[in-house]
Design a protein. Structure first.
Length: 202
């Protein structure tokens, strides 16, 4: 295709700059995914495109599933915060368990919230979306502590909020790691495509 040769020409211009090469190959992978989207919309799916189309569909299902799960987690946190006492058996209770539960709950919330932003946005502006997701989670943590003031037997604690924020930061760091791994796979995919182009030209 014409755009394949244009991409190869651009790659030759950026070969001395490793960082630009990496971004270039990622863009190749993204363009390949856009091609698959066009194939899906037109309904003209070739046999060799089926595995990649299935992979794209599964990725979309994961994204939408995580988004729905973020709403479910937020509702679950609200429900448990409205209870005077959490249903925790005394046999598994230990000092600091409540802080661990806060970190896990809000870490899960932050991780699933991160899927409201596409992976390419995390690649281009990771710090911005890191801050956005952490701020949303932190604000929900503040509202949760205020909510507990009005629940009999519960009270607000800034240490619980610190645990919420710590869990959110760790969860978003995990999300960034996953996105980086995904970008590496796009890098290899772009390299493979360009290798194919070179072989066709030779």
């Amino acid at each position: 295709m014409v755009y394949d040769y244009q991409l190869y020409a651009e790659w030759s211009l950026f070969r001395r700059h490793r960082k630009r090469q990496r971004l270039f190959f990622i863009m190749v992978g993204i363009l390949h995914n856009l091609k698959l989207k066009a194939v899906m919309l037109t309904g003209e799916v070739c046999s060799h495109d089926i595995p990649e189309v299935a992979k794209m569909i599964s990725k979309k299902l994961i994204d939408y599933g995580m988004r729905c799960m973020s709403i479910c987690i937020a509702v679950t946190i609200f429900i448990f915060s409205a209870q005077s006492k959490l249903p925790i058996p005394k046999t598994v209770s230990f000092h600091g368990l409540d802080k661990l539960l806060h970190a896990c709950a809000f870490g899960s919330l932050a991780f699933t919230l991160s899927y409201w932003f596409a992976a390419d946005k995390w690649l281009t502006k990771p710090f911005r979306y890191f801050v956005v997701v952490c701020l949303i989670t932190a604000c929900y943590g503040i509202s949760d502590e205020i909510h507990q003031i009005f629940v009999p037997g519960r009270d607000a604690s800034i240490y619980d909020w610190f645990a919420d924020c710590a869990g959110a930061v760790l969860a978003v760091c995990l999300r960034l790691k996953i996105v980086n791994i995904r970008s590496v796979s796009l890098l290899f995919e772009g390299t493979r495509m360009n290798t194919t182009i070179i072989e066709k030209k030779s």
